[in-house]
Design a binder for this molecule. Structure first.
Ligand SMILES: [Zn+2]
Length: 335
């Protein structure tokens, strides 16, 4: 049997909630789909990546949890990234399940190829603007075929902030909390202390917004993300079920740990800033230990820009170049 036809892991993470992890090349933990069962509709949270064998692996995982693909009545989506919406259209087509998502995710589901073309055009101008090598986009361009495998779907039930969705034994409040992506959606059952959070918070990731065409030019994605995480961790203790990796029993401790790492990175960026304008990429080359690989370059650039945004907000960094060639200097209020 092909390993791609089987899930990486199937584990019950809470009563009526099963984590099904599916393989994704390059991600040790793969990507999670959570199955919610109980008195309410049988529900999947997220729809994995459209890789060969993924639908069979998902079906095998659901069967191992005592249900079946055909029993799935609805699919909730946590954000618009391809590793979370990949099989949504196919699932709706095969099982008749209702797809539920915020409007921004629904737009991508209706025309995934057009969205990807916009993302690629955005990424090309983004790398050029920040003085980064075009080779950083090789992986993005290579993913084009994969995005082509996302089946478009018109019929999406659009969720709004504050809606409550019955799913298995949970009553999930819908919270729009932009951060990792502009469409990040949390599904929270406050009474039972369970939150499904997609990539808002998971162990393997730093607190870095994934930049892209959906962000307005004046957006402050890093500050927005930190504010959203503050709201998340102010809630009473709950079990957090993320989009990648195992459940997080203490989200507040994980956020504190990640914020410490972000502060240390931001401190190194401040130290590297001087009077002479330097492009974002060249600044990175001073801060990073070695040139990042093409596979990680865009993420490193996003992390650097998150630190620069936070420094700019307090006057510790300032822009020196124009919008087409961004450069940075030490800000007027830098210590
Ligand atoms: Zn993801």
């Amino acid at each position: 049997m092909d390993a791609r036809d089987q899930p990486l892991a199937v584990e019950e993470v809470a009563e009526g909630a099963t984590r099904i992890a599916l393989a994704v090349p390059g991600l040790a933990d793969g990507v999670n789909v959570h199955l919610l069962t109980g008195a309410g509709p049988t529900t999947l949270v997220d729809a994995a990546m459209p890789l060969p064998g993924a639908l069979d692996a998902l079906g095998a995982g659901i069967a191992a949890a005592g249900s079946s693909l055909d029993a799935v009545e609805q699919v909730l989506l946590t954000h618009h990234h391809a590793d979370h919406i990949g099989l949504a259209g196919e699932l709706a087509h095969r099982t008749g399940a209702t797809l539920l998502a915020l409007g921004g995710v629904a737009d991508v589901l209706r025309s995934p190829a057009e969205h990807f073309a916009l993302e690629l055009a955005w990424a090309e101008s983004h790398t050029a603007r920040h003085g980064a090598p075009d080779a950083l986009l090789d992986r993005t361009r290579g993913a084009q075929g994969l995005i082509g495998a996302v089946r478009p779907v018109d019929d999406v039930h659009e969720l709004r902030e504050g809606d409550v969705v019955r799913a298995g034994r949970l009553d999930l409040a819908v919270l729009h909390r932009p951060g990792h992506s502009p469409t990040d959606t949390l599904f929270v059952d406050g009474d039972r202390g369970v939150a499904l959070v997609g990539d808002h918070l998971f162990r393997a990731a730093p607190l870095t917004p994934v930049l892209g065409s959906m962000l307005a030019p004046e957006a402050r994605p890093a500050a927005t993300y930190l504010q959203a995480l503050d709201e998340t961790t102010q809630r009473r203790a709950f079990l957090t079920l993320p989009g990648h990796g195992p459940a997080v029993p203490d989200p507040g401790a994980l956020v504190a740990d990640r914020r410490g790492a972000l502060d240390r990175r931001t401190g190194r960026v401040l130290q590297a800033l001087g009077e002479e304008p330097v492009s974002t990429w060249d600044l990175g080359l001073q801060v990073w230990r070695g040139v990042p690989s093409a596979a990680h370059g865009l993420t490193r650039l996003a992390a650097l820009l998150a630190s620069l945004e936070l420094l700019e907000d307090v006057g510790h960094a300032a822009r020196a170049g124009g919008p087409d060639a961004v450069a940075w200097v030490r800000g007027p209020d830098a210590p």
